[in-house]
Design a protein around this ligand. Structure first.
Ligand code: CA
Length: 232
């Protein structure tokens, strides 16, 4: 399930948004200020942030800039919400690193469409689309993994880990990044936990000859390698 952080100081608006997002199947966390939003993100990275521009204290725009400048939050998908409609402000929001921009008042249908579009581009592991790499197929809807008709049995953590790898192939992920993106907790879980689950995942993939897809990158972390990429 995708987690969305809603940063909005007007209670009526944040309640309306969160009600509709929950109804659409998202898990929602609320923050009423930039400070609260930073605390929430420090705890666990959400899949996407709806960020109001005008907040008490630090503005949403400044917070977006701050997140884009930090390694851990550089890729956090952000949709800015604002009452300002003029062109210069939109440019400012996009310059600050927002992935999209929505001007209040907006319809819930449009909000959901924008969220799905940004997730598709920036966080495909947060959506329920089937992913397939080199014949290894993962279906989040049915929670099934298979290759060439052979079902692969994986535990829930290995499933999420494989989903993340398959939606971000060829990129090296550090243990800390994996804890953040797969476990949603980079503070209280030991990095060795990642190694344990990678080992289990490789064991599960061995019968369909895919164990080698999960590569260890010395001193850096793990990467899912595509056969096509290996031969290049
Ligand atoms: Ca506001």
């Amino acid at each position: 399930m995708s987690r969305i952080l809603v940063v909005e100081d007007e209670a009526a608006i944040s309640e309306l948004i969160s009600l509709n997002l929950r109804h659409a199947g998202f898990e929602v966390e609320l923050a009423a200020s930039a400070e609260q939003a930073q605390l929430a993100v420090d705890g666990a990275l959400p899949d996407l942030v709806l960020l109001d521009w005008m907040l008490p204290g630090q503005s949403g725009l400044a917070l977006a800039r701050q997140w884009r400048a930090a390694a851990r939050t550089r890729d956090l998908p952000i949709i800015m919400l604002t009452a300002r409609a003029d062109e210069a402000d939109k440019v400012g929001g996009l310059d600050a690193g927002a992935d999209d921009y929505l001007t209040k008042p907006f319809g819930i249908g449009e909000l959901l469409a924008r969220i799905r579009s940004v997730l598709r581009r920036r966080a495909p592991q947060a959506l329920d689309s089937v992913v397939e790499v080199d014949g290894l197929r993962l279906d989040p809807g049915t929670r099934r993994v298979s290759r060439g008709g052979t079902e692969v049995r994986v535990g829930p953590t290995e499933f999420r880990l494989l989903h993340f790898f398959l939606t971000h192939p060829e990129r090296v992920h550090s243990r800390s990044q994996l804890l953040d993106r797969v476990w949603g907790d980079h503070v209280f879980i030991e990095e060795r936990t990642v190694d344990v689950h990678v080992k289990r995942l490789r064991e599960a993939l061995a019968p369909v000859h895919c164990a080698g897809m999960i590569e260890t990158v010395r001193g850096a972390g793990y990467r899912l390698a595509q056969a096509g990429a290996l031969s290049k």
